[in-house]
Design a protein around this ligand. Structure first.
Ligand SMILES: [Cu+2]
Length: 172
């Protein structure tokens, strides 16, 4: 493992040290992003697992269909339920399941990209309140070309049958 890899790998438990009282980022980064090709990318099937009280972090899973002929890239994500939302990939390092932060994620032309348990996910850092089953909240994705897309995330219990992609549990 080279030095660069060591630097970008971290465990999300680190974030439990961040006080939730810190103000979360405002949406000022959205203002410079133009809205283009509004029908070319479809974000759907967004869900998050219901969590016990005082759980510091959560994760969002969703599907992105890039129906255009243009490669695009996710640069950032935001949600009012968390202080910060980061792009993560779960990786196996020996016996350990770790999470590697991604600075961006490519969503190639005419392809779908899946955020799902055990793989890529959107990490909700420092939740502002408990995520309860049945609740819904907005999440904004910032794409390099498409601009901002808002998706509504539904909170589900982990035993719900709809969580069919839950092949690997992943602790935060
Ligand atoms: Cu993570």
């Amino acid at each position: 493992m080279d030095m660069k890899t060591i630097i970008i790998i971290f465990v999300c438990a680190t974030f439990s040290l961040i006080k939730p009282s810190l103000a979360y980022n405002d949406n000022s980064t959205f203002k410079n992003v133009e809205q283009k090709n509004t029908k070319s990318i479809n974000v759907h099937s967004a869900w998050s697992r219901a969590l016990p009280p005082i759980t510091p972090n959560g994760a969002v899973y969703l599907t992105i269909d890039n129906n255009s002929n243009i490669n695009d890239r996710i640069l950032a994500a935001h949600s009012p339920v968390a202080k910060q939302v980061t792009l993560h990939k779960s990786i196996h390092h020996g016996d350990h399941l770790m999470m590697e932060q991604q600075h961006f994620i490519d969503v190639k032309a005419n392809q779908s990209f899946y955020f799902e348990p055990g793989g890529y996910h959107l990490m909700l850092i420092s939740l502002q309140s408990q995520l309860k089953a049945g609740q819904q909240f907005p999440l904004h994705l910032t794409f390099a070309k498409k601009g901002n897309i808002e998706v509504i995330v539904t909170v589900r219990n982990s035993h719900d049958k709809n969580n069919t992609n839950a092949t690997a549990e992943h602790h935060h």
